[in-house]
Design a protein around this ligand. Sequence first.
Ligand SMILES: Nc1ncnc2c1ncn2[C@@H]1O[C@H](COP(=O)(O)OP(=O)(O)OP(=O)(O)O)[C@@H](O)[C@H]1O
Length: 266
Amino acid sequence: MTQAEEQKRQPHLAKAPILAASGLVKNFGGLTAVDNAAIEVGQGSITGLIGPNGAGKTTLFNLLSNFIRPDRGRVIFDGEPIQQLQPHQIAQMGMVRTFQVARVLSRLSVMENMLLGAQKQTGENFWNVWLQPKQVIEEEKQLRERAMRILESVGLVHMAGAYAGALSGGQRKLLEMGRALMTDPKLILLDEPAAGVNPTLIGQICDRILAWNREGMSFLIIEHNMDVIMSLCDRIWVLAEGRNLADGTPVEIQKNAQVLEAYLGQ
Ligand SMILES: Nc1ncnc2c1ncn2[C@@H]1O[C@H](COP(=O)(O)OP(=O)(O)OP(=O)(O)O)[C@@H](O)[C@H]1O
């Protein structure tokens, strides 16, 4: 297939990537968890990041979102270098993430968890509550409406008033994704969205990812469930022992002898 035909089939390949990282290195004492790794996420794509256990996938996620600082390397998000930014500043730019074990606040309600995902509210400033009460009330109303729409889309609207601690593991993942959406992000990094989730809910999570993707959101997904990765992703990056092993379409990756060996050799 020519480059022009490939771009027609996958239009996001024609645009600059929403996220591009290169030369990333992270050492933990004597262990090099990420070793000169690179990755790209195309605008509007669903990109997969796979590799055997301990390959460095979560560490790479932590480096991309600056939850930990790289020893070396650079990350460009939406055309800007982001190494000097804090995770919350990166979230404000439009890149948010979820965690392998969903981080929800169990003693708050599902709705309260959603509202915590919203950023830069007028009411966050103590004085604004007194100086601009109408604006604070109106914003809160709009945020609640937005939260309800998102909860409806992830099938949790009936749980809005329940403690988040009452949700199943799969529902917590949906809540974490919903909360990430409160910021109206351009890119979501999902760390193992299907792990520990029952098959029905996995199907629901995949449907939501595809629907949000059709609305223009890009995704980078770490996942061990190969059915999920192969059906969702248009491009897949493979990491092994902290290094890039391969990248390509799902069909290319499934046929790649080095990738098969890395998995079988586990
Ligand atoms: N904070 C840390 N301190 C020391 N070693 C760490 C730390 N975080 C990760 N590691 C090590 O770095 C390596 C890569 O770990 P990482 O969790 O990034 O891999 P992974 O590909 O996400 O694995 P899995 O698929 O099992 O979740 C592993 O050997 C791990 O033990």
